[in-house]
Design a protein around this ligand. Structure first.
Ligand SMILES: *Cc1c(COP(=O)(O)O)cnc(C)c1O
Length: 377
């Protein structure tokens, strides 16, 4: 089910995500501070803006002057346009050559990494059409291999309806070993750019640096950068390699409101069956934030909690549609009360919930992604 962004939906199914628009703008400004004047910022908003809601995120970034948005998903690119966002959209790999007609018809900039894709663009386009060419310089995912890139560009130059507007690569690393490898491989990408320039090949946009590199403070002579993680206050890099400060979390909270409060003092007893098996308190409360909303039970050995006016309540059950918590006697609780299921930071923060679920924070965000309305606050 697509999220229902009608505010009335919050009473029909009171579970939602709040994102911090000011933190997002702050993070974008912090990226701008780290690059040279005139360097374009292509914001990676793939995977539903790293789970934060691609439409509100894109509106905030576009209003803050981002140069281009990048996503791998055709449907998400269309959602950007439906949200009224007009900045250029780069489609990272994601569509088959046979879809190029649809990609160009919507005005998206396709990524090309082989001759089949280039020919498909050439045939689908009626006039010279901008594309980005992606080089794999060592990550080992999508792209034309470094040593085949010059030949591909030559082949593309012979096609009528295609113009290489951008040449980019993507690198990401987590630890110092990955960083050393990346430095070595990036040098080869910069060598390629140098030799293209020496041969008189003019490509307006070049780009190599994403979150890991920007967190390390790297700069280069490319004309653009393409960060994702750090815009959302997430780090792909181990904390001992680079701290995340001054980037701020954009996730404020995932919240759900209490549907029912139960008093089980007339039975069945704690420790018996059903949800009573795991219950220690007399009372329980239920909120509509189950697996279908993205919540996952903690792995063995961990206890999950939610916050009720800042006070932790223990989760005793996660089912398809419901989250059940137990409520100590000294807590006043009522139908409609807000529960913070995931906080941006602090107690019951994204890192805590991810640890209880034995996942990385981004994996936890992905389980909630596109399953609830997102409010920019
Ligand atoms: C995801 C992605 C990025 C952004 O990477 P982060 O590590 O999130 O900053 C940049 N470029 C490409 C091609 C990507 O796929």
């Amino acid at each position: 089910m697509p999220p229902d962004n009608d505010p009335a939906a919050l009473s029909r199914h009171p579970t939602w995500m709040e994102i911090d628009a000011a933190a997002l703008r702050h993070n974008l400004a912090e990226v701008r501070r780290r690059v040279m004047d005139g360097v374009q910022i292509i914001a990676s908003v793939k995977a539903n803006a790293y789970g934060h809601g691609i439409q509100p995120v894109a509106r905030i970034l576009a209003a803050a002057g981002v140069d281009m948005l990048a996503t791998g998903s055709f449907a998400e690119a269309c959602a950007l346009r439906d949200a009224g966002v007009r900045v250029p959209v780069l489609l990272l790999a994601g569509a088959l050559p046979e879809a190029m007609g649809a990609v160009l018809a919507r005005g998206f900039i396709p990524t090309v990494y082989d001759l089949d894709g280039a020919r498909a663009v050439d045939q689908a386009a009626g006039a010279p059409t901008p594309v980005f060419v992606k080089v794999d310089c060592g990550l080992g995912r999508v792209g034309v291999a470094l040593d085949e890139a010059a030949a591909l560009l030559d082949d593309i130059a012979a096609l009528r309806n295609i113009r290489v507007q951008g040449l980019y690569t993507h690198v990401s690393f987590n630890d110092s070993q990955g960083m050393a490898y990346t430095q070595e491989r990036l040098r080869l990408f910069y060598d390629l750019l140098g030799s293209l320039q020496a041969a008189g090949v003019n490509i307006p946009i070049t780009q190599a640096l994403a979150s890991s590199a920007l967190l390390m403070g790297w700069r280069d002579n490319c004309t653009a950068v393409c960060p994702g993680h750090i815009l959302f206050g997430l780090s792909p890099v181990a904390p001992d390699l680079a701290g995340l400060a001054p980037f701020r979390p954009v996730l404020r909270a995932i919240k759900s409101r209490v549907l029912q409060v139960r008093d089980h003092s007339s039975g069945p007893d704690t420790g018996t069956g059903g949800y009573h098996r795991n219950r220690r308190q007399r009372r329980t409360a239920v909120a509509p934030c189950g697996m279908n909303d993205g919540y996952r039970a903690p792995v063995d050995g961990h206890e999950a909690q939610v916050l009720h006016f800042g006070r932790p309540l223990r989760v005793i059950g996660v089912s398809l549609e419901h989250l059940t918590v137990e409520v100590p006697d000294d807590v006043e609780i009522a139908v409609g009360d807000e529960l913070v299921v995931v906080a941006g930071d602090g107690p019951v923060g994204l890192h805590d919930v991810a640890a209880w679920q034995k996942q990385r924070p981004l994996e936890t965000l992905m389980t909630f992604s596109a399953r609830m309305p997102v409010l920019a606050v």
